[in-house]
Design a protein around this ligand. Structure first.
Ligand code: PLP
Length: 354
């Protein structure tokens, strides 16, 4: 498929080097759009000036949430180059989400190429300060003007780009986590393993209540027994207990993070013992009691590695690694961000240059 390109004639002013970018506040000059119509498949890939999209008020995504998305980043390298981190994994996962939500599959290789084209056109928007990057948000949504519940026959695939700052301006900082006991995010058989808007809609209330109590994010437990650890708001989670590094197994209700996958591969290649298994919150608190809980951290594209300083569960609060940054967390952060921005040699074949 050819990609039609229409460049803007009114480029926006880019945020200056002194501006605090934050996360998801600024958007570049262009976006990628592609349509799906039954009988025609995905067609009309085009890069156009960034701007509003007209939707029929009956568009099905607005009523029934048939939507999926991805999150990835582009980085400027010291030599002025631009690279992506494992973009093929994001497109593979997008199709996993598509399959679950009855959304027609995309051509993964084509979409990686189309995203590269878009990033290349807006490459001057990629910030260069340490820890900054260009966040890439691909998403697909149903546009049939029809108020009735069935899979859509007409959809749009859109990619927008946002220059983002260092997630933690002073480098990595431990976060405080509230173990959620009232609400659940997902259950086996549901959509927990997909990146879809509905999972986040389900999470807002818990997140809001935890923030009011002074916590950064919630730790979700399984929806059935309310015992086993699943993941943190937008991150997968790891624990170092003794000399074993444990992360919850992909049970069907947990998102399969690309940062999670990269941490597992990296840790194994460096000789660490990594186990994917069920772990209960009781086991976590017992390990702390016995002095065996050495580190806890979250993994995700936005913050990469987030050390966890405290957990609150059942009215009990524990502090991990003296509220500091553990050795493994620091090593993973340095290695992965180093590979992403081209400061460390990529021995794993993870980056793709544009
Ligand atoms: C995106 C996401 C993650 C992290 O996945 P990465 O591919 O590492 O960015 C973890 N949990 C949830 C619920 C997510 O949506």
């Amino acid at each position: 498929m050819e990609i039609q390109i229409t460049k803007t004639t009114t480029p926006k002013a880019k945020p200056g080097a002194d501006v605090k970018l934050g996360f998801g506040n600024y958007f570049t000059d262009h976006m990628l759009i592609m349509n799906y119509d039954e009988g025609e498949g995905w067609h009309d890939a085009r890069i156009v000036p960034y701007g509003p999209i007209a939707l029929d008020p009956a568009a099905m995504c607005l009523h029934y949430g048939q939507e999926v998305f991805e999150g990835m980043k582009a980085y400027k390298t010291p030599d002025g180059g631009v690279q992506l981190f494992r973009p093929e994994k994001n497109m593979e996962r997008l199709n996993v989400s598509n399959e679950r939500l009855c959304i027609p599959l995309i051509d993964e290789a084509f979409c990686v190429e189309a995203i590269k084209k878009l990033v290349d056109i807006d490459r001057d928007w990629i910030p260069e300060a340490p820890g900054t990057s260009l966040y890439i948000r691909p998403f697909i949504f149903a546009i049939d003007p029809h108020v009735g519940v069935h899979p859509a026959k007409h959809l749009m695939f859109v990619v927008i780009l946002s220059p983002v700052g260092a997630y933690y301006p002073q480098g990595i900082n431990p976060v405080d986590i509230y173990v959620e006991q009232k609400y659940v995010r997902a259950v086996k058989g549901g959509m927990g393993f997909t990146k879809t808007a509905g999972n986040y809609a389900a999470s807002l209330k818990a997140q809001d209540e935890a923030e009011k109590l002074g916590y950064t994010q919630v730790l979700w437990l399984d929806g059935v027994d309310r015992k086993y650890i699943e993941e943190v708001g937008t991150m997968n989670v790891f624990f170092k207990i003794g000399d074993e590094i444990i992360t919850p197994e992909l049970s069907g209700s947990i998102l399969s993070g690309i940062t999670r996958m990269s941490c597992i591969e990296l840790l194994k290649s460096k000789g660490y013992k990594v186990t994917e298994r069920k772990i209960s919150v009781q086991e976590l608190f017992d390990a702390h009691e016995n002095g065996e809980l050495k580190e806890a951290f979250g993994t995700g594209t936005a913050a990469v590695i987030s050390p966890i300083g405290t957990f609150e569960w059942n009215g009990k609060k524990i502090t991990v690694a003296d509220g500091g940054i553990g050795e493994v967390s620091q090593m993973l952060y340095d290695t992965i961000t180093g590979i992403q921005c081209g400061k460390i040699k990529d021995e794993y074949n993870w980056v793709q240059k544009i």
